[in-house]
Write a protein that binds this ligand. Structure first.
Ligand code: OFO
Length: 170
């Protein structure tokens, strides 16, 4: 059984993961309109991942005797300045989510809820991977420069396909 404080902070995280999913979906839609098919595919996959994170938190609260609340989601932006700014925003958002996961870990320690602390460790590791993946994209953008966006877009598609490949064969 989880405490009210843990239930509340996870319900807040449910909203954040759902918003992350919608934010990346909005970016994917914008990228499609801009002709960045590879980037759009990466962002669509990311939006699905964020939805799966939200579902994990919902299931955990309900499994541990709490009540998951499905909230209203704030409307994400529908326009982004350019591809580079868009990925900088992704990184900024992921760092915000990492901090938020760390706050859950800190509250678990304070509440002596070692079960949830152990469970949420998966998200601690996931955030390392997510920030690393976005950093890889930002590095690629910097190396290719603004004149090579067609190649960048193809590379992002290849990156996504490579990341998805082990999952498909598993
Ligand atoms: Fe849910 O990991 Fe990104 O935001």
């Amino acid at each position: 059984m989880i405490s009210n404080k843990i239930e509340d902070i996870i319900n807040i995280q449910i909203e954040k993961e759902g918003y992350s999913s919608n934010l990346y979906l909005a970016m994917a839609s914008w990228a499609e309109n801009q002709g960045f098919a590879g980037t759009a595919e990466w962002l669509h996959a990311q939006a699905e991942e964020e939805r799966s994170h939200m579902l994990k938190f919902i299931a955990y609260v309900n499994d541990r005797g709490g009540k998951a609340i499905i909230p209203d989601f704030k409307k994400p932006p529908s326009d982004f300045v350019d591809i580079s700014t868009c990925f900088k925003q992704v990184m900024e958002h992921e760092r915000y989510i990492t901090n938020s996961i760390n706050e859950i870990v800190a509250l678990c320690a304070q509440e002596r809820d070692f079960t949830t602390q152990n469970w949420v460790q998966w998200f601690v590791n996931e955030q390392i991977q997510e920030e690393k993946s976005v950093q890889g994209i930002l590095d690629k953008l910097r190396l290719l420069g603004p004149g090579n966006l067609y190649m960048f877009d193809r590379d992002v598609l290849a990156m996504r396909q490579a990341e998805a490949a082990p999952a498909k064969t598993a």
